[in-house]
Design a protein around this ligand. Structure first.
Ligand code: HEC
Length: 159
């Protein structure tokens, strides 16, 4: 081999190694199966800070005393971490609550301080925010919520 060929093949190997190192977190997330990619979760984290943190807390801790109604009669924002009940709801419910707001989902004149985000976020962005929220849950809550979502998909497919 000429010196140039040796140099180019060495560069090639180094470039492939760097490429793999860069892609590794994404590949690992894919291999874990079904989980959102690290890039989606990162996007969701930014969107959460922009649109949700004011009410649901920078650390997803919710508003103080979130189980008692406010003087207005409306409910405070619940935490999105494992201490709340966000993980009790299937994907479809979480998506609709975020897109159209709790009042439209509950219906019957229910009033909520949370607006729908359908006009400020795309469906993909809403899914990214939810992927970020889910990524903060411990294994048990994640599994429970995944099972709820599977069951809901099965029942809606049967309709
Ligand atoms: C202006 C305050 C406010 C903002 C901003 C806000 N929320 Fe909420 N959110 C609430 C309140 C209050 C509730 C309680 C629902 C009710 O009114 O009964 C709630 C409830 C929810 C629920 C249902 C949780 C459960 O356990 O039932 C989800 C999911 C949710 N919010 C997601 C989001 C996401 C995602 C964002 C950002 C894109 C967001 N919220 C931004 C106030 C807010």
């Amino acid at each position: 081999m000429s010196r140039a060929a040796v140099l180019f093949s060495t560069l090639g190997i180094v470039a492939a190694g760097l490429g793999l190192a860069w892609a590794w977190p994404w590949l690992a997330a894919l291999v874990k199966g079904g989980d959102a990619s690290a890039a989606t979760v990162a996007l969701g984290k930014t969107l959460y800070a922009m649109h949700c943190a004011t009410c649901h807390g920078a650390d997803l801790e919710g508003q103080r005393d979130w189980k008692s109604p406010l003087p207005s009669g409306r409910m405070p924002a619940p935490p999105h971490d494992a201490s709340g009940h966000t993980w009790h709801h299937a994907d479809d419910v979480l998506f609709r609550i975020t897109k159209v707001g709790p009042a439209a989902v509950v219906d019957g004149g229910y009033k909520s301080d949370m607006p729908g985000f359908g006009s400020v976020m795309s469906d993909e962005e809403i899914r990214a925010v939810l992927a970020f929220i889910k990524s903060t849950w411990p294994e048990q809550e994640r599994e429970y919520q995944a099972e709820m979502s599977r069951r809901e998909r099965e029942t809606t497919q049967g309709e």
